[in-house]
Structure formats: structure tokens, C-alpha cells
Design a protein around this ligand. Sequence first.
Ligand code: GDP
Ligand code: MG
Length: 448
Amino acid sequence: SLSDRLTATFKNLRGKGRLTEADIDGTAREIRRALLDADVAVPVVREFIARVKARSLGSEVSEALNPGQQVVKIVNEELVGILGGQTRELQFAKHPPTIIMLAGLQGAGKTTLAGKLAYRLKNQGHTPMLVACDLQRPNAVNQLQVGGGRAGVPVYAPHPGVSSEAETPTGDPVQVARAGVAEAREKLHDVVIIDTAGRLGVDTELMQQAADIKSAVGAHEVLFVIDAMIGQDAVTTAQSFNEGVDFTGVVLSKLDGDARGGAALSVASVTGKPVMYASTGEGLKDFEVFHPDRMARRILDMGDVLSLIEQAEASWDKAEAAKMAQKFADQEDFTLEDFLAQMQQLKKMGSMKKMLGMMPGAQGMRQQLEQFDESSIGRVEAIIYSMTPHERVAPKIMNGSRRARIAKGSGVHVSEVNQLLERFAQAQKMMKKMAGGGMPQMPGGGAM
Ligand code: GDP
Ligand code: MG
């Protein structure tokens, strides 16, 4: 498997300086294959790999991960970023009704989604109404009525009498949309969901119709529904709809199938629009908020490699945290150099909260940590580096002229040197206390 190959490629090669082109190339090849297997569009893959390479090259090799793992980690972060990072939910209009329009090719899953979305919104306390604007296909109106019936949501349709499957409703979809919204307004529905027609391929007439509906009703959200199985065609389809109707968000449908979801990356990458929901079946409840991180995992199909990476990082953090806790406990002669080292270590750890979670009894330090300002570490470094080695281990000798010299050398005001020394003295006291039991306070805690 891909995971095995990756793991085999980079055994025990960690913490050896910076990532080299050779480190990256091997992994990049595997990633490219994984993306193509997931049906990410070729030009998107090409651009993506170039970005990952640029970002990886010269980045420092983590002590927790081997180079291959580290490139995978970067890839994962980039994927999540392109997929929108955070999940985005619908934005409701200040003055209801919020008008949501669905667009996409025929068979993409629009009408099915209309029912699901209405059902979800209704359960959230909204009062949605569906509007049937697909007057193209026989039975399209009826299909929406069935979905609305299941969801317990009213459906506005052009010809209430239309029920025969053979009969194709006639009328102007733009007028139906307008009338539907007017009715929703009158009946105080707070959300309107407009189902529209699709064709098998992108065509200008269809796109014009969608654009006309959008502007006629002033849709707040236009959701572009795309079949996850569409594969390489995702890019051109998404581009056309983006240009044609300038949609606000993407819904990926049929994710219950075999598709690894490469379409999500293709669409997000070429349009820059967020994927908001995933449709995962034909039932009303087969519908979820889209999670970029889960999708990245699915696209990469490297769940085990990613888990390994998380484990490696967590255990490394744990070992470091243990070392540090030991150092706290061993502290007898706590000097400014120790003070600096501890803060630098904190900075290196990056995720301080995570680390503290691993230190037994450290919960009380949380609050101080939250105030901990990483940017102040740079100033602390400057001040301590401006001290002589002797001053660092024997801060008691620090008189006025020494303080003035240090302030000048580090480009800060004397008061900042005084503050630092005060904080150091406090930390020293705490170290002593802690050596006799109890938990330490954070030496660098508080903003400078
Ligand atoms: P529309 O032409 O865009 O309105 O697409 P439809 O909503 O009519 O869906 C086309 C077909 O796909 C129907 O048979 C649906 O039951 C099916 N479908 C829609 N969404 C999903 C989904 O998320 N998963 C699966 N398995 N089938 C779906
Ligand atoms: Mg439909």
C-alpha cells in the first residue's frame, strides 16, 4: 500500500537539518499518485504538488517526524487549507427570507439535496419553503413535491395540478421563482430553497436561466451541487458554473459511493469557493456538514500514515514534556539561562496547551499560558543575550549601570530589563518552592 511504501522510503531519517529535494521527490511522487487515484483533476494535481514542493523545500526537519512523514503532513495541511480550512455554514439574510438557490448538472443531486436541506433547516427551527423551478424534465416538480412531503416542508410549484409523470410542466422558471419567493414572503417563511433545472452538459441557455433566476430573486446563497463521481470533469464544470452563476458554496453529492472525493479538491482549488455540505445517500438524513480535515484524509487515503504522524508528534511532545517536567523538578540553581531555555522550549513546542495537557497536574497553568505572548520571547531573548555569561548565572550582580548597558545592547528600555529581572526573580522563587513539591507556575507567564 501507499502507506507501506512511504514508511519504507523514509526509515529513521529524522532531525537531520532541512528537507532536501530528494526527501521531497519520493514522497511527492506517491502523493501525486494518491491524488490522481482520488480523481483530482490533472492540472490541479500539478499545481498542488508544485506548491507543496516549494513549501517543503528547505523547511526544517522535525525532530518528531521523518522527512517523508513531514512532507505528508505539509500535504495534509495544504489540502485542508484549499478545502476551506474551517467548515462554513449557511449565512442567513438580515431580512428574511434567506433565498438559497441550487445549481448544477442534471443528475448531480439538486432535487434530492433540496429535500435534505429543507429537512435540516426545519429541524434547526427554520420555516423553509421549497420552490420548483425545474420545468425542463417530466416529473421534476413531482419529485420535489415528494421530497418536500417527506421533509414536511411546503413546496411551491407552478401548476398545482401537475401530477402525471408523463406531463411536462410548462412556464417560465424565472417567473415561478419570483412568484415562489413572493409567496414565501407573504406566508412568513424564513428560508426559500429554489430547485433549478440541469442539463447533461454545461450549456449557455441553461446557465443563462440559472443566472436569470439568481438575479430575479436576489439569491443570498447559490449552492453548486456536484456529483463526487464526476472525476476529471469537475474542473470544467465547476469553472463554467462559477463564471455563469458565481455560486457561493459547493455541495458534494454521492459521497456514499466509491469516489475518494477528488472532485472536492478540484472544485475548491479552481474556484476558491468553500465546500459546505456533503450528500451521502438518497435518504433525507444522508447529509452532513463538510469537514475539510476528514476529506483530506479521504483524498489522501493515508489514514494510517496520518495517524502515525499524529502519534509520532504526540509521543515526541510527551517525551519533551517529561524532560521539561524533570528539569523543573531538578531545579536548584535556576539561572537566567535556564529561564531563557525554558521559554525557548515553550516556543519550540508550538502547541503549549497540548503539552501542558500531558504534564500531570498542570491544568492550573492553563490560564497563565493563555496570556503567554510568544512574540515577547524575542524581546526576552534579546535582553538575556545582551548579558554576559556571568550576569546570566549570577543576576544578583545586576546593578544600574549593567542594566543600562543591557538595555542599550538589546534595544529596549531599562524598565523592560527591570521587569524581566523581576519576573525572573519570581520564577526563581517558584522553582525553589516547586523543588520542595507542588507544581510550578509558568516562568515566562504574563505579557511583557
Ligand atoms: P438533480 O437532477 O440534480 O436534481 O439530481 P437528483 O436529485 O434527481 O438526483 C439524481 C439521482 O441521484 C437520483 O436517483 C438520486 O436518488 C441520486 N442521488 C442524489 N444524491 C445522492 C447521494 O448523495 N447519494 C446517492 N447514492 N444517490 C444520490
Ligand atoms: Mg432535479
